[in-house]
Design a protein around this ligand. Structure first.
Ligand SMILES: NC(=O)c1ccc[n+]([C@@H]2O[C@H](COP(=O)([O-])OP(=O)(O)OC[C@H]3O[C@@H](n4cnc5c(N)ncnc54)[C@H](OP(=O)(O)O)[C@@H]3O)[C@@H](O)[C@H]2O)c1
Length: 383
């Protein structure tokens, strides 16, 4: 099988290292963008060298971002080349368009590596879906935020100190926003829900809150209650309705998810007959992510790749609910209009006020968060 790589960074470097030991797969061309990095004969700066090469069967896209990734993926599919991508942002934004283009051209569109890195998550959602309706999924799907929360919990450190360590160790980017504010998890949540429920989930409709404002005082209070905080993607299906949200959650300290350490990920699904399934592993890194891409390549080559079909027509509804912990800093005023109707009890934590709510929805919590977006309110759902 002749393969082209788009990009030659962390992920495609991992793919290259794995495939060089598999002679039945030939990397025929590699697209890069910096002429100074043209170090191999197979490298090109021109995508049309790949698009117009009729001997290339499959294109791996790992340049990241929305554009020109979307255009390259569509052009490759329309040139009747299979596409395997690790790019969660572009898949979350254009999943349905890619699936339609692949179907129209009789080729495969594969995206195992977008969600959960090396964890065989998408394929298992599809396998379970052959027998069961997946009714619920959740996961810790961002290694950076899990590294930070784990270190705060285990070592009693404050957020800014742990973030600095994570950046020094290469677990967090210089601009960590996408990881700590939930955007990265939201893309994975949208992709996972779309595959699980057979219906494209609009990524922008998924409410998200991150861990940027969590404090040592929060963690200390959680510890006293026997709770651990993790950043979760959750998606639920009930009949013709579905819901999805990305937000910090509070788990009993003896649960499997509460004990996922460092930068590891876990993904969980529930099916009618299979019950609960949990998959644990490395959610990022060149070789684990490269492994997921090569698994997709092998599935395409051996005819064992699943087709994605979006034949369910589900409504986005408010199905997810729970009680929340909300810490409101002293400089926030006028919040009672949002919290009076849902307040179960309040207490003080240092100079801040904590509200424990009655059962409510993420949308109700977001009214408070959105109205105070410049403030450092932290909220987490008890599960
Ligand atoms: N890293 C992970 O562990 C991981 C895990 C799962 C998914 N992903 C996803 O995989 C994708 C790639 O991530 P990465 O970590 O491999 O990123 P990376 O190390 O920054 O590599 C990206 C590569 O693409 C090249 N590139 C960017 N735009 C290009 C263009 N227009 N034309 C040609 N080449 C272009 C870059 O070239 P330059 O060197 O010139 O900048 C670089 O070689 C992202 O969508 C990411 O979200 C990453």
């Amino acid at each position: 099988m002749n393969i082209a790589l788009l990009g030659f960074g962390v992920v495609c470097g991992g793919v290259y290292d794995i495939l060089k030991n598999m002679p039945e797969y030939n990397i025929k061309k590699i697209l890069i963008r910096n002429p100074a990095k043209l170090t191999m004969d197979c490298m090109t700066l021109d995508f049309s060298d790949i698009e117009n090469d009729s001997e290339i069967d499959l294109v791996v896209e790992a340049i990241g971002g929305l554009h020109p990734a979307r255009e390259y993926i569509l052009a490759a599919l329309n040139a009747k080349k299979h596409v395997v991508t690790a790019n969660k942002a572009v898949v979350a934004a254009y999943f349905e368009e890619f699936v339609t283009a692949a179907t129209n051209n009789g080729v495969k569109f594969m995206m195992e590596a977008t969600s959960g890195g090396g964890i065989p998550w998408i394929k298992n959602l599809q396998r379970v879906g052959r027998i069961d309706k997946v009714t619920r999924l959740h996961g810790i799907m961002n290694g950076t935020s899990n590294f930070i929360l784990s270190a705060m919990t285990d070592e009693g450190k404050d957020f800014v100190d742990v973030l600095k360590t994570a950046q020094e160790l290469g677990y967090a980017e210089a601009d960590p926003s996408a990881d700590i504010d939930g955007d990265d998890v939201r893309n994975k949540c949208a992709i996972s829900a779309s595959v699980a429920f057979g219906c494209p989930a609009d990524v922008n409709s998924i409410l998200k809150a991150g861990i940027r404002h969590i404090s040592k005082a929060d963690i200390d209070w959680f510890r006293e209650q026997g709770l651990v905080c993790k950043l979760f993607a959750t998606a639920v299906r009930d009949g013709e309705n579905f819901d999805a949200v990305v937000e910090p959650v509070l788990l009993g300290c003896n649960t499997v998810e509460a004990n996922v350490p460092k930068n590891y990920n876990i993904t969980c699904l529930y099916g009618d007959t299979i019950g609960e399934v949990k998959l644990y592993g490395q959610g990022a890194g060149g070789l684990p992510t490269g492994n997921a891409i090569v698994q997709d390549i092998i599935d395409v080559n051996t005819g064992s790749a699943f087709d994605i079909s979006f034949d369910s027509k589900l409504n986005k509804a408010e199905i997810i609910s729970g009680r929340y912990y909300i810490r409101i800093p002293a400089d926030v005023t006028g919040y009672a209009v949002y919290t009076d109707g849902i307040c179960e009890k309040t207490f003080t934590l240092g100079n801040d006020t904590v509200i424990i709510t009655k059962e409510t929805t993420p949308a109700e919590i977001h009214k408070l968060l959105d109205a105070n977006s410049s403030k450092t309110i932290f909220a987490a759902r008890f599960i």
